[in-house]
Design a protein around this ligand. Structure first.
Ligand code: ZN
Length: 268
């Protein structure tokens, strides 16, 4: 990759830096991201405890690292009456820039669907109350997802993070006015094929980039580490593939997606 001066400035809108795989060398991971031009990162919160940890990490890099506060659909079965008040308290931290990761996952079904729906809706309502953006996850649940979101969301911006869906999914999300987050899934020569066509239909003012590290190591990397751990420093590989799909220079896509992310999360 380029040197920091040449590398275009990027925002990684979804990085799971609280994940245990980063426990021993997190600061080096963050330094490598900065050196690769990833100057701003949003650390994903996936439960009350993980959101607290995400905020604690973000606090170590003021103005460069931010956090979300929310409960992932996989974790929704652990929600209680205390969950929404706790998220409300966490969201008051200046590091928190969105409510989430929240949503529905009917692919893995780690939590009962009723619970997923109940707590997704509650988090959409919380985002509206606090007037904060939503950071959302959806797998094989588009119809229920759109119904809940369509009814509970009034005005806050909302992003489908790690979009991997179909043509119909994308149309439904764009019609709802949602932003779209693209990960290294698009770099996968097998399962990312459809995404390389679909990404052309996302307006640049609704397109954002993310690694979802430590998951989804871009398969376009020439030398992939044996442990398969992804890092925010590898976001330029996602940028390159997206730029190739759109037939534009990476610098142009970097500028556009960074501006979109700054507006979406109201960063500076
Ligand atoms: Zn997710």
């Amino acid at each position: 990759m380029n040197t920091a001066e040449q590398a275009p400035e990027l925002v990684d809108i979804g990085v799971n830096l609280a994940h245990r795989s980063f426990h021993t060398d997190r600061d080096q991971v963050v330094r490598r991201a900065f050196a690769a031009g990833v100057r701003t990162m949003v650390v994903t919160g996936t439960s009350v405890a993980a959101s607290e940890e995400a905020i604690r990490i973000a606090r170590e890099y003021p103005g460069q690292m931010f956090a979300t506060a929310g409960v992932h659909p996989h974790d929704s079965r652990n929600c209680t009456q205390a969950t929404i008040p706790e998220l409300r308290r966490l969201a008051a931290s200046k590091e928190v820039v969105a409510i989430g990761e929240c949503g529905l996952d009917f692919n893995r079904d780690f939590s009962p669907r009723r619970e997923q729906e109940k707590w997704f809706e509650a988090q959409v309502v919380l985002a509206e109350e606090l007037q904060m953006p939503l950071f959302m996850h959806e797998r094989e649940a588009r119809e229920r997802f759109c119904r809940i979101l369509g009814a509970a969301r009034k005005s806050v911006p909302a992003v489908i993070h790690c979009f991997t869906g179909s043509d119909e999914d994308l149309r439904a999300y764009l019609d709802l006015g949602l932003h779209i987050g693209i990960t290294g899934w698009i770099c996968d020569e097998r399962r990312g094929t459809h995404l390389r066509e679909l990404v052309k239909r996302v307006p640049l003012d609704r397109l954002m980039l993310e690694t979802d590290a430590p998951y989804l190591l871009p398969r376009t990397m020439p030398h992939r580490s044996r442990d398969g751990r992804n890092e925010p420093a590898f976001l330029p590989y996602v940028l390159q593939t997206v730029a190739d799909c759109l037939g534009k220079a990476p610098a142009e896509i970097a500028l556009a997606t960074t501006q979109t992310a700054r507006q979406f999360f109201r960063l500076q």
